[in-house]
Ligand binder design. Structure first.
Ligand code: KG4
Ligand code: ZN
Length: 348
């Protein structure tokens, strides 16, 4: 089966063509992404309306490019897939509308995919020789910090997530406080290399709490207070390069410590022996390093895709879609998007 997938949940327009039988790990024939980072940079974050408009401009060129690079034509497609949840509602609607139009015109099935299941399936796509599932899934991106118990690629139960900012969002906001560029994650990582991670004792919220939950807004405020003191007037504060490096390193260390501790906790709670990680923050080398050490200590196997499969892309959506297609899980043409996260079934 040859399937085309579209990804438009946030600020990346992606299209990919994958070929597979719905049982084994599929072959990626093409995967292209048009990033909107340049459009959102001056706002320090994703502006939903700008994102929707950019998806409208990019979705057809991305589909054309993916088909061209895969060496297939529209008539060769057996199905069309799209990520319909969670994400920015206007952005989601663009991808879904394009996918519906193609499915209708080509008279092929439409498959809808949960973007977060896609992020976790990227671990399997990147490791075709390994069994990734069952695993604990950790998605850490600009929009999500969530833990899942994945009994299989299509059976992921949300164990818990952030009660305020996502991890990547915290990186972006702290980078902005420090006068660094956007997106903040790579900038903080770069600045942190010259800094001391112990220079500031920032809070590690929920570290010893039994709940599988995250909170990063207090940490962000702690960085702000370290920068300018709790009682000082608002206004621009310019840290020295040494201060910036120490603040960045101490902040990064606090985020990483919590993410690693919660991943361990979820493995203990579920009794699972494998961890799959996805999302842009998984590109952070300090995180990868500390997580790898922790997983080695616990004897669990860790799977993190290469950075191009960590950030938003349509190949991960297509991978999940081929499994759903084989399982007969296709969608009607009146299906809608769902902006929000599916809530935990219990606890959290
Ligand atoms: O998964 P992604 O590309 O898009 C979303 O679905 O959000 O993740 C983007 C997020 C941004 O917040 C960015 O700052 C963060 O991932 N990020 C990083 C790094 N690279 C990207 N955070 C920490 N360290 C990095 N190296
Ligand atoms: Zn994502």
């Amino acid at each position: 089966m040859i399937l085309l997938a579209i990804e438009s949940t946030c600020d990346e327009t992606g299209a990919a063509v994958l070929e597979g039988d719905g049982v084994g790990v599929p072959r990626t024939r093409s995967s292209v992404v048009s990033s909107q980072i340049g459009l959102h940079r001056r706002f320090g974050g994703v502006v939903p309306e700008i994102a929707s408009r950019a998806h409208v401009r990019q979705v057809v060129p991305m589909v054309d490019e993916a088909l061209k690079r895969a060496g297939v034509e529209l008539k060769d497609l057996d199905a069309v897939a799209v990520a319909t949840r969670p994400g920015l509602v206007g952005a989601l609607v663009v991808g879904l509308t394009a996918a519906k139009a193609l499915a209708l015109a080509l008279d092929v099935p439409l498959v809808t995919v949960d973007h977060l299941e896609g992020h976790l399936y990227a671990c399997q796509l990147a490791n075709p020789e390994s069994e990734v599932y069952p695993c604990v899934g950790l998605v850490v991106s600009g929009g999500h910090s969530s833990l899942y118990a994945c009994r299989g690629p299509l059976d992921c139960e949300l164990l818990g997530g952030t009660i305020d900012d996502a991890a990547g969002e915290a990186f972006d906001k702290v980078a902005s406080l420090l006068g660094l560029g956007y997106p903040g994650g790579p900038e903080i990582e770069k600045a942190a290399r010259a800094g001391n991670p112990k220079a500031y004792a920032f809070p590690r919220t929920f570290l010893r709490d039994p709940r599988l939950a995250f909170s990063f807004s207090g940490l962000k405020t702690a960085v702000l207070y370290a920068l300018r003191g709790p009682n000082e007037e608002r206004g621009e504060v310019r840290p020295t390069p040494e201060q910036t490096a120490d603040l960045a390193a101490s902040f990064q260390e606090a985020v990483v410590d919590v993410l690693v501790a919660k991943a361990r906790q979820a493995l203990e709670r579920t009794g699972m022996r494998r961890l799959g990680v996805g999302g842009g923050v998984a590109a952070n080398s300090r995180f990868r390093e500390k997580l790898a050490a922790a997983m080695e200590a616990t004897g669990a196997d860790m799977f993190i895709p290469p950075p191009s499969l960590c950030t938003d892309n349509a190949a991960m959506v297509a991978g999940v879609a081929l499994l759903k297609l084989a399982a007969g899980q296709t969608a009607d043409l009146d299906v809608d998007v769902a902006a929000g996260l599916v809530r935990p079934k219990r606890g959290g």
